[in-house]
Design a protein around this ligand. Structure first.
Ligand code: PEP
Ligand code: MN
Length: 345
């Protein structure tokens, strides 16, 4: 249910209603909108809860939330959520550009990439330190050493760091270095991991599972939100279909669909979504045109020699050209695609 407070409802009245909601055995999420404050009351259905809340002080109305996901839903929060962390700002008209290698490989590789992507307009640095690889014999990432190199690249460039966390027992470690925790496609339905990142203070970039539906993606986001972490960025990264011309099939209708259903920002990953470097820039431009709030793109100083995903990685010059094309489209749509102000961590 959503408890919609009256326009001038006082803080005390909101707090009172939070306590009433909790007294019914439900969880209360307070969402302060531009127009008014609402309280999402989530949990198992309670008899007469609606009637009991309707009579509360400062309450305008109590409405059911029809979507299966609650806090993620547009019904609860009609205005888009903007997430800002360090140099990265996404949503509500700001377009973020997250770029960097698939895996962190060396100091030289990550620092030179950070400098190059920043100069081209990237607002965050990506790079995997803990890598989910299909084969156990493939490069598994530099682990904590990789996290240290990412932190060094952030110190040298000011770019916020986005990196994947694969397991619940590594959340604290990764969160101590990262600005944004990435949950990978393979872990989208690892519910204990979703709860663990929900309990961390860091924003989360949640990638769509390769066979997950939109409802499953949004319910996965709901696990994170339900732990009290409001900063979830959804990521369309392509799904598995019968097609073989691309590594995955990248559906861009999910971008306007998700904007319709949720207030959370949506980024698109044209690198994993296509699996071919020569297709990345066009799909990045298409994603921005479809309304994406950001991109996450693989960039490597020497893609041919990359330890992972080199075939879908752009070199510095290709990335610069892609970023410029995307910026022109974003500006045509009245959005900004410039580095946000650097905030302190
Ligand atoms: C990645 O971003 O390098 C990655 C492994 O992505 P995904 O989880 O989408 O496969
Ligand atoms: Mn990759």
């Amino acid at each position: 249910m959503i408890v919609v407070m009256e326009k001038g409802a006082s803080r005390e009245q909101v707090q009172h209603m939070v306590e009433r909601v909790e007294g019914l055995g439900l969880k209360a999420h307070v969402i302060v909108g531009t127009e008014r404050t609402v309280i999402a009351a989530v949990g198992e259905k309670r008899e007469h809860a609606k009637e009991s809340l309707e009579s509360g002080p400062g309450v305008a109305s109590v409405l059911p939330i029809l979507a299966p996901y609650k806090v993620a839903s547009r019904e609860v929060k009609p205005e888009p959520t903007q997430i800002t962390v360090g140099s990265l700002s996404l949503g509500a008209g700001s377009v973020g550009l997250i770029a960097g290698p698939c895996s962190v490989e060396s100091e030289e590789q990550i620092v030179s990439t950070a400098r190059a992507v920043k100069a081209a307009g990237a607002t965050a640095l990506r790079g995997g330190a803990f890598k989910p690889r299909t084969s156990p014999y493939s490069f598994q990432g530099l682990k904590e050493q990789g996290l240290k190199l990412l932190a060094q690249a952030r110190d040298e460039t000011g770019l916020a760091v986005v990196t994947e966390v694969m397991s619940t027992d590594e959340v604290d470690l990764v969160a101590s270095y990262a600005d944004v925790l990435q949950v990978g496609a393979r872990n989208m339905q690892n519910y204990r991991l979703l709860e663990a990142v929900g309990n961390s203070k860091r924003p989360v970039l949640l990638k769509r599972g390769a066979s997950a539906t939109m409802d499953e993606l949004l319910l996965a986001a709901e696990y994170i939100l339900n732990e009290g972490n409001p900063n979830v960025i959804l990521c369309e990264r392509g799904i598995r279909t019968f097609e073989e011309h691309t590594r995955f099939t990248l559906p861009l209708a999910t971008v306007p669909y998700l904007h319709h259903k949720t207030h959370l920002p949506i980024v698109v990953d044209p690198s994993h979504g296509t699996g071919h470097a020569y297709l990345v820039a066009d799909m990045a431009v298409a994603a921005i045109a479809a309304g994406a709030d950001g991109l996450i793109v693989e960039v490597h100083p020497d893609p041919e020699r990359a330890l992972s995903d080199g075939y879908q990685s752009l070199n510095f010059a290709q990335f610069r050209e892609m970023a410029e094309r995307c910026r022109r489209v974003a500006e045509a749509l009245g959005k900004t695609m410039a580095p946000a102000e650097l905030l302190t961590r």
